[in-house]
Design a protein around this ligand. Sequence first.
Ligand code: HQG
Length: 184
Amino acid sequence: MRETTPDLTRISKYISLILRHKPEVIGIQLDAHGWADVNALLAGISRKYPINRDILEEIVRSDEKQRYSFSEEGTKIRANQGHSIQVDVELPVTEPPETLYHGTAQRFAASIEVQGLLPQSRLYVHLSPDPETAEKVGQRHGKPVIYLVDAGQMHRDGYCFYLSANGVWLTKVVPATYLKRLKE
Ligand code: HQG
């Protein structure tokens, strides 16, 4: 018999695309706080992948990075962070730990050490709470390099930090003076 179990990772990647970057691929809109209507999302995805409410709940529950949240009533869903489109997911301004980490690829290092960290296509620069997580993020782009971010000093200098619902630290930019490359 043919395998009918849907590939949850593939569906999750499609949900990330819709909820962070391109809701228009299924003809929906996000509201100002990044919420999509669950029924509209299910209807849109089902044109491409087998999905229903139970499968969506399973994806949200089991996601290893806890990328998505349902609204309290369960009628809406949004990505916790990672957007490139202009939405306000009501991230709380939070005092950061003294040190945060950013993992990237070695080929970006020269530019980063001049320009600092820029959000590129996303709304924020993404920072990790520990070097292990930063290394995994960096590996997505190539041979990883990890930067220590002097978040405590940035905070004292007036930079705002936000903590997403899934533990990713976000800030608008990190000037190069607050970066230190971790020895490889
Ligand atoms: C780099 C994943 C040159 C930056 C992860 C990064 C994360 C520069 C790339 C989340 C630069 C952007 C975000 C500069 C920054 N010159 N390169 N001045 N400033 N860069 O994917 O942080 O699985 O937009 O270092 O876990 O890698 O999608 O950001 O390499 O939390 O849920 O520009 O994505 O989560 O890449 O990853 P990205 P990111 P998900």
